[in-house]
Design a binder for this molecule. Sequence first.
Ligand SMILES: [Zn+2]
Length: 318
Amino acid sequence: MSTRLDSGSSRRRFLISTSMAATVGLLAPRDLFAQDDGLVQTARKTAATANIIVQKLRGNVSVLMGAGGNIAVLPGRDGKLLIDAGFASARPKIADALASISSDPIKHLINTHWHFDHTDGNEWLHSAGAVILAHANTRKHLSTTTRVAGWNFTFPPSLPGAIPAEVFEDERTVQLNGTTIALKHYAPAHTDSDISVHFTEADIFHVADTFLHGYYPFIDYPTGGSIDGMIRATDANLAKVTDNTIVIPGHGAIGDKSQLTFYRDLLAGTREKVAALKKQGKSLDEIVAAKPTAATDAKWGNGFRNPKDFIGDVFQGV
Ligand SMILES: [Zn+2]
């Protein structure tokens, strides 16, 4: 069953979204390995029983949280538009949550990038009527066998219906349900397929996995990610937002400009410290022991990625 939370219950929302993220919304390699060496299968299985929260934002845009990456939903006369597909195993709960928003049919799906916690539901959403749009590299990765070393998993090519029928390279503007939706490719950041989605009139900005709210980032180097790309992406996000902008992170609670600023400083500051220590000849273990993320670890170090995971990601890119 889906749960609707109003904007006044932000504390409760934060707690719920944090606990969900810790269990299912995010991939936690260490935790999942501890349960089962099939990380990806475990994430899918866990998502099947997760609660989905529907949070209304602004301008008729809602977000579903709890079944993989955050899913933005814009209903209306042109049919529902979804930004990201979540896990396929959460289909019944996602379908219920979508029905609680409106009776409009599902017609459009945009993937923010190729990762399975954002595209696993592509096939069923396509079968339900969605045309899928994404960056060209999302189609490329979904069309071929792709290994993610950080998850110790090799993804086979997706089923034909799950592969985006439409792709773009740099940017694309879509008009649906009386709303302008501006899509923009990031230079390689978290992967090489990341895009931002701006609901222009409502000023709601979905920044994909260039921002995980409350968690250290995961940087997928094999499919084009890098720490410098992540810093450039957060700079691009900051150039785009105002104090009025609602920010939808790839995972975690809804945020705003101040949290994007914090994230940018965290990434850039950690990069600087790790690069300096590496230049002195320190090993990764020595750098982790020096705790370059100490100021943030108490708050951010217990979730998706621990400090060592994050520092390892930075280490290989500087
Ligand atoms: Zn991702």
